[in-house]
Structure formats: C-alpha cells, structure tokens
Design a protein around this ligand. Structure first.
Ligand code: SAH
Ligand code: SF4
Ligand code: F3S
Length: 455
C-alpha cells in the first residue's frame, strides 16, 4: 500500500530530543476535509515521535482515514484492511487505526469485522489519537466531544508547500435525502474567525501562498468574531485578503442556497479570490431536486449562476451530479443534461446513486443498474466535452501559475492556474512557490502547456 505524501516535507515534523522515530503511514480516502484531517493527525502524532513514511510495508502504525459517502468508498476500507492482515502477521507490533467517516458510522462494528484494527477514531475525536495510541490496547472513540479538537492539536510548524487547506466549517444541517455527511460529521459548526486568521498567518509564515477554505457547507460559514455579530464567509475572505503574501484564496464546497450577495460580490472585487467555483447541483430536474431535499429549483440555480457570472464573467463553474436517484425518469435525466448544456461547466464530478444506510432515500428503490450506468456514461461524455472545450479556450491566454512541483523533464515546472487547471511551464530558473505569468501554448483534457512571460 502506498500513497502520495500528505505533507510536502515530512521532515517538518520534528522529533522530541533523544527519541527514535516511529514510522506512520496514512492513507486518505474521500474529500479534501479528510486530507486536512490527515495532515493534522500527522502533526499530532509527530508530537509523539512519529514521522510519516510513504509505504505501509515498514510502518509502525498504519492509519486509514476513511470516507463513507458511497458504498464503494466504504468497502475500500475493508479490502485495504484485508491486505494489511499479512503485514500485521509479519509485524504483530504494528498498530492499525481507522479514522474518518466510516469510523464514525460503523464504530465498534469495524473491530468486529476486522479484529486486526487497534483504534477506531471519529472525525471529531482525532485530537485524542495520540493518547489512544499511548494507552495501547484496542480503543474506539466516536464521540462528538464538547471541546474544540482544533484547539487541542499542536501548532503547525516548519516549511510546507505553497498551497494549503484550512477547515473553517464542519458538519452539515441540510440533510439531503441521499447523504451520510450530516450523520458522520454532525451538525454545522464554524470555527471562530480570529483563530482562522491566526492559522492562516502561520501558514503564510511557513511558505503558503494559496489557501483553500474547506467546509461541507463552506459558504454557510458563520463564525464568531469577538463582536456580537458572527462573520460570513465573504467577510472572512475579505479579511484573509489583507494578509500580505497570501496571494490566492479558494473555498469549497458550497451549497447554492448559501451564496449570499456579499460572497458573490467578493468574486468581482477581491483580487485574491480565484475565478473558480464548485457549486454542486446534483440534478437538473425540479422533481428530483425536491425528492433530494435540495430546497431550490433549477431556475433558481440558473439565476444564481447568472449573478455570479455578472460579478466575475470569466469564472469557471464546476459541480457534482448524481444519476439514478430513486424515481429518476428519462425526462428527469434529460433535464439534467439540459441544465449541463445551459450552464457549461469547466469540470464536474458525476456519480451513480448509492443507497446509504440510515438516509431517507435508502428506503426507496433506485433505478435499474443498467439504466443508471447508461445515464452516467452519457452525462460524463457531455461533461468531458465541456471540460476539454474549457481547457482549449485557454490557448493563447495570459495566465498566472503557482508552481507546486517540478515537472518530469529538466527545466519544467508544474503548477495551477487561476482556474485550477494544471499547467506545465518551461522554466529552468523556476522554484516551487513561485507565482509567474505565462502564456498558454497548448491544451489537453487535463493540463495546459505554457511559456514563461517576462516578470
Ligand atoms: N456538501 C457538498 C457535497 C458533499 S459529498 C454538497 O452539498 O454538495 C460530495 C458529493 O458526493 C455530493 O455532491 C454528491 O454528488 C455525491 N454523493 C453524496 N452522497 C451520495 C450518494 N449516496 N450516492 C452517490 N453520490 C453521492
Ligand atoms: Fe450532504 Fe447535502 Fe450536506 Fe452536501 S448539503 S454534505 S450533499 S447533506
Ligand atoms: Fe467522505 Fe466524510 Fe468527506 S463521507 S466525502 S470523507 S465528509
């Protein structure tokens, strides 16, 4: 089992004097919030003498940070645990931990099915992980503790790459009929604005130039901020925009019903806010939107997109879609295809509906598998053609690129454009963290090639 390193510089985790390093391997499934959590767990374990390793083979501890969103995602945990059995036989001292949303949803059940698991820790309790490891013996903690886990985690230190995630809001109160998140992550909670500004400043001091604010409903952010009023996401973004050296801001994931006027305006007047917005709609059929409990119509979504594009005409819109939701007819699916054609997305994720235990939709029969498969294929073909066109449209344009890594060839740097497209730039003198101007010379479905423009 291998996984890309989750910290740009694992050596940034310093060991307490005189202690030998123990090796921790973390595998992260699911959304960006899990990526952020994995990083924080790595830091927390760093204070106990663990350093990250890139393969499970030589690890003293393996931590699987899991996702419960679709059946396939959940089942992956069990196939990975199956593979870990052989490793644990060779090295019985190796600890196995399961964190994240499957841990929350299944708790004890995981240890019953897979006794090799030593620790099960939910997404709200992972600040307790170091103590659980230290205590030894099997342990399960899926509490939603009253204490703020972020306040109990060690400070983030050492250099890290130019981009970072920052969780500003967690949980969800929306209860879409298909979704497990309100159950695995709990009620919506926003972190206080001052703490986020402090954490952002710390990240910038460590070399970060681009921050992506994270939340299951990030645009529903309403964090306390000293005064009587709580802050909105727009206000938080504007304050982050005042931090010198923080060149780029993004946020994800948003719900259409929480896009307020100020946030839309920020897309037009906050230069650090990148012209990219992930705004999941799930379906283009009013009937299905209602059954999904999304609480808006397709027309309301169209009007919202118009307003956003008025504020920032070159914004790249992306979305998530579910096909085969219970009761979805051919006409409903056609409405989704029609919505996609009208909005014209720069990229999107699309999924076949997966019935999840405990959600209201799971009570109803889904559409036949073959029908859902065919719909998914048709939708993905349409979305892919839109993505390819959006990439092709960039050719000839001047863009900015933030370098995140070196390329495969000497003198080549790889980074992201304002529109979050991967860009390869010929730049022999470039370094990770440079923010450069470049002109796009060629486009493929997933990346751009560009030449450097003078300073
Ligand atoms: N908070 C975000 C989405 C979180 S989950 C929002 O409100 O849009 C990420 C995506 O997974 C969802 O947008 C949805 O498209 C998909 N998804 C969630 N539950 C699913 C299920 N039961 N079956 C298939 N896809 C699902
Ligand atoms: Fe799930 Fe809906 Fe909440 Fe998104 S808004 S996390 S899809 S319940
Ligand atoms: Fe998955 Fe949990 Fe994220 S279910 S999508 S890891 S919030």
């Amino acid at each position: 089992m291998t996984n890309p390193p989750i910290l740009h510089d694992p050596a940034a985790l310093r060991l307490p004097e005189g202690e030998a390093a123990k090796k921790l391997f973390i595998k992260t499934y699911g959304c960006q919030m899990n990526v952020y959590d994995s990083e924080r767990m790595a830091e927390a374990m760093g204070s106990k003498g663990y350093v990250l390793t890139e393969t499970a083979d030589d690890a003293d501890m393996v931590l699987l940070n899991t996702c419960h969103i679709r059946e396939k995602a959940s089942e992956k945990l069990y196939s990975d645990l199956g593979r870990l059995r052989a490793l644990k036989r060779k090295n019985p001292e190796m600890k196995v931990g399961v964190a994240g949303c499957v841990a929350q949803a299944e708790g004890e059940e995981i240890r019953r099915r897979m006794p090799l698991v030593d620790i099960v820790v939910g997404p709200q309790a992972y600040h307790r992980l170091p103590a659980m490891v230290e205590a030894g013996g099997p342990q399960v903690d899926t509490d939603f503790p009253a204490e703020d886990k972020f306040e109990h985690l060690p400070q983030r230190k050492g250099y890290r790459g130019p981009t970072a995630f920052l969780t500003v809001q967690e949980g969800c109160d929306k209860f879409c009929a298909f979704c497990v998140v309100p159950y695995t992550r709990g009620a919506e909670v926003s972190r206080p604005a001052e703490r986020l500004l402090r954490e952002a400043r710390e990240l910038v001091a460590r070399g970060v130039r681009e921050i992506t604010l994270l939340g299951q409903n990030v645009n529903g952010y309403h964090g306390a901020a000293g005064g009587a009023e709580s802050w909105t996401l727009g206000r938080l973004l504007r304050s982050l925009g005042e931090i010198g050296g923080l060149d780029r801001l993004r946020y994800t994931t948003s719900h259409p019903n929480d896009m307020d006027d100020d946030l839309i305006a920020a897309h037009g007047d906050l230069p650090q806010l990148m012209p990219y917005l992930h705004l999941p709609v799930q379906s283009g059929s009013d009937r299905i939107l209602k059954a999904m409990n999304r609480k808006h119509t397709r027309d309301q979504y169209f009007r919202l997109i118009d307003r956003i594009r008025e504020a920032r005409p070159d914004i790249l819109m992306t979305s998530d879609f579910i096909v085969g939701f219970p009761g979805e007819t051919d006409q409903d699916f056609e409405d989704t295809m029609d919505l996609v054609r009208r909005v014209n997305y720069g990229a999107a994720f699309s999924f076949k509906y997966s019935a999840r235990p405990g959600t209201p939709a799971a009570e109803k029969a889904g559409v036949p598998d073959a029908v859902a498969d065919a719909r998914l294929q048709a939708l993905q073909a349409l979305l892919q053609s839109q993505q390819t066109a959006a990439q092709a449209q960039m050719v000839g344009r001047e863009i900015s690129v933030l370098y995140e890594k070196t390329g495969r060839y000497p003198g080549q740097m790889v980074g992201k454009s304002e529109h979050l497209m991967a860009v390869h730039v010929e730049d022999g003198a470039g370094a990770i963290g440079d923010l450069v101007r470049a002109r796009v010379t060629a486009a493929s479905a997933n990346s751009l090639a560009a030449v450097l423009l003078p300073g």
